[in-house]
Write a protein that binds this ligand. Sequence first.
Ligand code: C2E
Ligand code: CA
Ligand code: CA
Ligand code: CA
Length: 275
Amino acid sequence: AKSDGRKRERFFAGEMEAQMQLRHALEADLRAAIEKEEFELHYQPLYDLSQRRICGFEALIRWNHPIRGRVAPIDFIPFAEEVGLIVDIGRWVLRRACSDAAEWPEDIKVAVNVSATQFSSSDLTRDVGEALATASLSPLRLELEITESVLMENLGEVLPILHALKERGIRISMDDFGTGYSSLSYLSSFPFDKIKIDKSFVNDIVDNKEAHAIMHAIILLGDALGMRVTVEGVETAEQLALLECEECDEIQGYHISRPRPALDVPHLLSLPRNG
Ligand code: C2E
Ligand code: CA
Ligand code: CA
Ligand code: CA
């Protein structure tokens, strides 16, 4: 039994070393990815329910790795946050998103995801200002999406930055609303312009009365606080129809469109449902 234990130890030590090597390789690859232009932004429509048209797009990063192929954000963003690379990547995303949006009609906004690390280890206000200036994009057309983890990190440090951004006309959305431990308590700490209700709340709204009641209540809450309300993850016409009867302002999801390359944006804007 003792030698079994040692074997297992050696196995784990080997595993850990392999893990470490993988992480080092991933870090090196990620570092090189910006220069090698392996990142790409895809855009998913934000659909205004009362105007019945697309009112903006969320930028979602894609990594086209030369060997591994398309790597999903979930497989590198958390790691990039951990090792601090998200600061450089985030700066690239801001610049690209602003310059892409500058090509779109003036009434179409762009939403960019921002990680907690970008607040603590970089001058986010400056990065945003530079991205807007370089692209000659009005701050009124930019939305930044943050999750409550940004606020949890260090409220005292983050709040002044959020206020400064908001003062310039940039809108701030709370992303993945309802998934965290304390979403509700954060609602009163900052006047968000928008809440994005997480897609997990949408799944059963058509068939399940309780799920519908919860969705209804969250939408009313956001509305009562004067925030725009977006529901994420809308996949069916039935879900859309139900949300049209609520005080929901915007939806996002595969039913309108999957995230698409920047080149497809003009086509998405020209579809008849936008007429
Ligand atoms: P998120 O910000 O909540 O983005 C929405 C995610 O839901 C996207 O996944 C999108 O493709 C997916 N989605 C949209 N509609 C539907 C639907 O109808 N059904 C389902 N099942 N999923 C839908 P994606 O692109 O894989 O991104 C995952 C997460 O990675 C994002 O979640 C965001 O947290 C992060 N992320 C993506 N791009 C960036 C970025 O540029 N910077 C940072 N910091 N994070 C990013
Ligand atoms: Ca988002
Ligand atoms: Ca989300
Ligand atoms: Ca409203």
